[in-house]
Design a protein. Structure first.
Length: 484
């Protein structure tokens, strides 16, 4: 089985095709809620919610869509493997029932509540319910034998104050723990500095061990002479993580890791999961991997990884992320597989994805918000336009951070997933160009009618509007060269 690989495709097709039974150690998924037009959710959580309310309607449709995928994921999970399903109030309870059936109720380990924000639009004035501020992660294992590494979180200020309430002269904090236990073992009722263990209890340590601790100053004596062991705060790993996660902050709008992908999860969340439920060298999979948070966490923590996403745009974002943040090179350190390459595949691609593909293939940046069918689909910033900026990549970062409007030198790109662009399509693009005061633009489609070509020539001659028509075949050629 290949690892360190991103598959571009529907996981329901990719999993049976490439992934053998019982081959994955850890699976994390964070699927979208609507079933049919996932590409719409790529850029906006608001859209995702609306899509859910509009089309989901019957929750059973969602489960019917999800069920065969879950079966596949269960098939490929090792018997010692773990599975995390990230969701929220929309679907948690239905999914829990589904997963209990699949994994067995006894293999349910946790319902993790992640507080992903402290306040939310939902809790604003006038809302007639409590703020919905958490996500739920359902954690299952395939059997009772599974990889587990306890994770620790920092003590809270109140825990420190209450539990580590004693201090050495130098300020070192500690708590007191009795050196006695319930069960006897050997000579454990001896007298220690005139004191014996309380009734029904025994020393937990041998006389020699007690003497050793005492010589190191690790014993504390109460007024009555009872010894206690000092547990220093700075020697504790923290508190074992519980099922309520309030210490993983949501990403701030200016976080370095933010890629402008609305459903992106924080890296620290995935690091905790990868650390807890896998070991170095094991295989981690995310079958709905979006912009690749799981993949970054897995690669960083020296696990092997497999990502699947059916959006070519998401796959590109991931490849760039791994390169930019971890210095991994596509083709050397990892593989990007099954990206659409033929005209036929592009014909069948969902329209939104097709637009993204075309704009990116042309070297442009897709518009985040689509304004009607005849809005401009993307912008092309040519290298010489970016003198103030070092590289075009820097511009993409700015776009992701919402600083789009600060850069005014760009050419519009219009994309139509049709065999023949007609004259009216060109007219509309011209109107958009005039509105945005652009003299040059690009139009991508499978072909152009004679009338469309004539209009392009007229607009250039009479109005000085320069529209470059580009066919998908040509673009595939460009793409190939760029990838070669
Ligand atoms: C909520 S996002 C995941 C975000 C991710 N956890 C992150 O941190 O970036 C869900 C992703 O699932 C992808 N997706 C939806 N249906 C899919 C399918 N059937 N096969 C593969 N990927 C799919 C979408 O394209 C989207 O990128």
């Amino acid at each position: 089985m290949d690892t360190n690989i991103i598959y571009c495709g529907d996981n329901l097709e990719i999993l049976p095709k490439y992934i053998p039974d019982e081959s994955i150690d850890l699976i994390y998924i964070d699927p979208p809620f609507n079933t049919s037009r996932q590409y719409e959710v790529f850029w906006g959580e608001a859209q995702e919610r609306r899509a859910f309310e509009d089309r989901f309607g019957d929750v059973m449709t969602y489960l019917d869509w999800m069920r065969p995928r879950l079966r596949e994921l269960h098939r490929i999970l090792k018997s010692t493997g773990s599975f995390y399903y990230h969701c929220d109030w929309h679907a948690t309870h239905y999914i829990k029932v589904e997963l209990d059936r699949l994994f067995g109720f006894d293999n349910f380990q946790n319902e993790i509540i992640w507080r992903r924000t402290t306040s939310h639009g939902d809790s604003k004035q006038g809302a007639r319910h409590y703020g919905r501020i958490h996500d739920t992660l359902l954690f299952y294992t395939k059997s009772a034998e599974y990889t587990w590494n306890t994770q620790f979180v920092e003590f809270s200020a109140s825990q420190i104050k209450q539990q580590y309430n004693k201090q050495e002269k130098d300020g070192r904090r500690y708590r007191l723990v009795t050196p006695t236990a319930k069960k006897p073992g050997g000579d454990t009722s001896y007298e220690w500095k005139g004191v014996r263990p309380p009734k029904g209890r025994f020393w937990a340590y041998t006389r020699e061990k007690m003497a050793e601790m005492d010589s190191k100053g690790l014993l504390y004596y109460s007024k009555t002479g009872q010894p206690y062991i000092k547990y220093y705060l700075d020697e504790r790993p923290g508190v074992a993580a519980q099922s309520l996660w309030t210490d993983v902050s949501p990403m701030s709008p200016t976080a370095k890791e933010r890629l402008g992908y609305p459903t992106q999860k924080p890296l620290t969340l995935l690091e905790r999961i990868v650390n807890a439920s896998s070991n170095e060298g094991q295989v981690v999979m995310d079958a709905f991997c979006g912009c690749g948070t799981t993949l970054e966490a897995a690669a960083k923590l020296k696990r092997k990884w497999i990502g699947i996403d059916f959006s070519p745009t998401a796959c590109r974002v991931m490849a760039e992320r791994l390169e930019k943040r971890l210095g991994l090179k596509e083709g050397i350190d990892f593989t990007l597989k099954d990206m659409p390459k033929t005209v036929d595949q592009l014909h069948r691609m969902p329209p939104f994805e097709f637009q993204n593909w075309a704009v990116v293939a042309l070297g442009g940046i897709p518009n985040k918000v689509k304004v009607g069918d005849y809005g401009i689909d993307g912008r092309l910033y040519l290298a010489d336009m970016a003198k103030e900026e070092k590289t075009v990549k820097r511009i993409s970062e700015k776009v992701a951070q919402g600083m789009f409007e600060t850069l005014d030198k760009w050419y519009p790109i219009q994309v139509k997933q049709v065999d023949k662009v007609g004259r009216p399509d060109i007219d509309k693009f011209e109107t958009a160009m005039r509105r945005d005061k652009r003299l040059k633009g690009y139009f991508v489609a499978f072909g152009f009618s004679g009338d469309a070509t004539k209009e392009i020539q007229r607009a250039q001659k009479v109005e000085g509007l320069e529209i470059t028509p580009i066919t998908v075949e040509e673009l595939l050629g460009y793409e190939k060269t760029a990838l070669d």
